[in-house]
Write a protein that binds this ligand. Structure first.
Ligand code: SP5
Ligand code: ZN
Length: 358
């Protein structure tokens, strides 16, 4: 008898997924002066779960319901209530045409005071006009938070890794702020839940092409969460107004925010150097768990990307993350080259499995 020992010790990664994300569909975003179909289309999650099944990555399970408790550990109650009722209020005001999208914001010299009317509230809580609140947005976002929480619970119960296939994504959403297709910050909600479940420290590494401004802001003054982000430089790229290298944390969180912005044209050689810097910082922090905000919009073929990562680089990314040796929750963020999306995402997860299992 010759048991395949390598296979026996393989990390079998569970994927958490729900079809409820499909309720968030048909939204239009402002792009180059026109309303066009949102890039955060249901086909994104469908491509990813199809690829997970195709390669037999591991079991695909449905999320459990955690209620609003873990969500309001991260988000303001008033904000969650706004999200829950926004589309209904929009319909009352403007009828069934279109989705709720803001057009006025409390920028410099204007007052940060929540107005009564829905159009005013949209401007108060949003930071862009690219994140339509569809009729199903809140239901989908709530389920995505449950997907992340179910993944976090797998880690607490001893899993080496889990994949939370969230849609909509979360890393642009702040305590009371939405944008960038994000309403509830799935990675932050999962990290906070792990802390509340007894972890002393959690690290979040955000590899999405865009800066995780929401996650940074939520944990900026916290000593129990390290936030590391690799992203396109805010001087050149969305979300433009956060993500510089000199943002290093505040108060008890001084030194626990690490931004690694990179210029357009960044390839794997440069990107992977930044990853090594970020992962070394994670190791120094010695957390009990790692949350990876997994965006693959760094792909050379992504419609948003001006980076040049290719398919094999996503395998290497997964291998490097496994090398940190921590219980790891992958939380899905961006990635819009839909045809290659499943392959690129599962490449990261398979790279992790192979490296962690040997
Ligand atoms: C989670 C996530 O990846 N959100 C990204 C949101 C980006 N929103 C709009 C960016 C607009 C950039 N327009 C450039 C046109 C490229 N063809
Ligand atoms: Zn992104």
């Amino acid at each position: 008898m010759c048991p395949d020992r390598r296979r026996d010790s393989m990390v079998v990664m569970i994927t958490v997924h729900s079809e409820d994300h499909r309720a968030h569909d048909g939204g239009r975003e402002l792009s180059r002066g026109e309303l066009v179909p949102s890039r955060d289309d249901p086909s994104r999650a469908e491509k990813i779960v199809a690829r997970v099944r195709e390669v037999g990555l591991g079991e695909v399970i449905a999320p459990d319901r955690f209620g609003s408790g873990p969500v309001t550990r991260v988000h303001a109650r008033r904000y969650v209530e706004f999200l829950r009722t926004a589309h209904e209020r929009w319909r009352e005001a403007y009828g069934d045409e279109g989705d709720a999208v803001p057009q006025v914001w409390p920028a410099r010299t204007l007052r940060q005071r929540e107005p009564e009317g829905i159009l005013g509230k949209l401007g108060y809580y949003a930071f862009d006009a690219g994140t339509p609140i569809t009729a199903g947005a809140f239901a989908a976002a709530s389920t995505a938070a449950d997907v992340a929480l179910t993944g976090a619970r797998l880690l607490r119960d001893g899993a080496r890794a889990a994949f939370a296939l969230c849609r909509p994504p979360g890393h642009h959403a702040g305590r009371d702020l939405y944008g960038g297709y994000c309403f509830l910050n799935n990675a932050a909600i999962a990290a906070q839940w792990l802390l509340d479940a007894g972890a002393a420290r959690v690290a979040i590494v955000d590899v999405d092409y865009h800066h995780g401004n929401g996650t940074q802001a939520i944990f900026y003054d916290r000593a129990d969460v390290l936030f590391v982000s690799l992203h396109a430089h805010p001087d050149q790229e969305y979300p433009y107004f956060l993500g510089h290298a000199d943002e290093t944390g505040a108060g008890p969180g001084v030194g626990l925010n690490l931004n690694l912005p990179m210029r357009w044209g960044t390839d794997w050689a440069r990107w992977s150097e930044a990853l090594a810097v970020g992962l070394a910082r994670v190791a120094d922090f010695a957390p009990e768990a790692l949350v990876v905000s997994l965006g693959v919009d760094t792909y050379e073929g992504d419609p948003f990307s001006r980076f040049a990562l290719r398919g094999e680089h996503f395998v290497a990314l997964g291998e490097r993350v496994a090398g940190v040796g921590l219980p790891t929750l992958f939380v899905m963020e961006g990635g819009y080259a839909v045809e290659e999306l499943g392959v690129n995402v599962v490449n990261v997860l398979a790279g992790f499995e192979t490296a962690a299992g040997v």
